[in-house]
Design a protein around this ligand. Structure first.
Ligand SMILES: [Zn+2]
Ligand SMILES: [Zn+2]
Ligand SMILES: [Zn+2]
Length: 335
């Protein structure tokens, strides 16, 4: 994604504000190479049959523009102005730039997104703000499919954060995508400094051995923990349920918590293996999301405060989660 995408939004080439018009003028993509200064009023009469033709196609002829071949059409539905060739009016159904823009905004909302602006380089793509707060670039047709429920918006930033978080729990650091280009692999560094490719799902489930030091985290003791994190300056208090081989060590650093965050470890339960801890924790999250969907804090609320994207809940759930941890502790007495 180009870093300067926002700055381009202001000077969008898809509509101009010629001084002689009182509204923005939408420009069809074939004419976007034309400099703004060329879109000036063209003197000359508007022929009656143009009016009749425009009316049949949902427009009024507003005025002539640029040269003898171009018109400004005023949309009967949204009253936006769009420049079109007289030839297009005669032979085709001219599109209204305003209606198209509104459709993009509405489709985005239908897909759970906020439309930000089009991609200046690719006319079928736009930038959107996802519910998680990240910005995604998608094809307009894809957004319509999301709206119809055929596909999901999968935010790459969230996926990366989740993968990095999963790796961290196993004592690995996510370095990059797979150097060999396979989508189901990622490249990781072990705590010992060794780097290797690992199937990303295996890393998420802790099924990974370091090729250098041979240490298998899954075979070692692990912990499920419940922690309360408070940002007094933000008047924000949340709880996080997670698992880790060592929840006490470098917790603040692992979660990317700033100095203002207060950490209160409420509970740890010891499990015989990391694999067991991982499975039980995933199960608990699935149940919590299903039973208390309104107590799951949306990632946008804590974006930038903690480098996880899920597993953050309202403190109301402390008692419920404690009961569940009691059950897990009873099921693993000798751990
Ligand atoms: Zn319109
Ligand atoms: Zn995201
Ligand atoms: Zn190692």
């Amino acid at each position: 994604m180009p870093k300067d995408y926002l700055s381009r939004g202001g000077a969008s080439p898809w509509f101009l504000s010629p001084p002689h018009l009182d509204k923005p003028l939408h420009i069809p993509h074939r004419s976007r190479h034309v400099p703004a200064r060329d879109w000036t009023l063209y003197p000359g009469p508007i022929k009656p049959d143009w009016h009749a033709l425009a009316d049949r196609k949902g427009f009024q002829v507003h005025s002539r523009i640029r040269d003898r071949m171009h018109l400004v059409l005023d949309c009967n539905i949204c009253a936006a102005l769009t420049a079109h060739k007289l030839y297009t009016l005669r032979t085709a159904n001219p599109a209204c730039g305003g209606c198209q823009h509104r459709a993009r905004i509405e489709n985005a909302l239908g897909a759970g997104l906020v439309f930000l602006h089009r991609d200046p380089e690719h006319r079928h793509h736009g930038y959107y703000r996802a519910a998680c707060g990240h910005i995604v670039r998608r094809n307009f047709g894809f957004i319509e499919r999301v709206m119809r429920g055929e596909v999901d918006i999968r935010c790459e930033d969230c996926l990366n954060l989740r993968d990095a978080e999963g790796a961290r729990k196993q004592g690995w650091t996510l370095i990059s995508c797979d150097p060999e280009g396979y989508h189901n692999y990622r490249f990781y560094e072990h705590a010992c400094g060794h780097q290797q490719r690992v199937v990303r799902v295996n890393m998420q489930w802790g099924q990974v051995d370091c090729a250098r030091c041979g240490s298998s985290w899954t075979a070692r003791r692990s912990f499920i923990y419940l922690v309360r994190i408070t940002w007094p300056d933000r008047r924000l208090s949340v709880i996080k349920l997670g698992y880790s081989a060592n929840p006490a060590k470098r917790f603040r650093h692992q979660l990317g918590l700033g100095p203002s965050a207060r950490i209160e470890m409420l509970r740890t339960v010891t499990l015989p293996t990391g694999h067991r801890a991982c499975a039980l924790e995933k199960q608990a999250h699935a149940d919590l999301r299903k039973r208390f969907p309104d107590r799951v804090i949306p990632p946008a609320d804590f974006a930038g405060l903690i480098n996880v994207v899920t597993e953050i809940y309202h403190p109301d759930l402390i008692d419920h989660i404690q009961d569940r941890l009691d059950q897990i502790a009873r099921d693993h007495p000798e751990s």
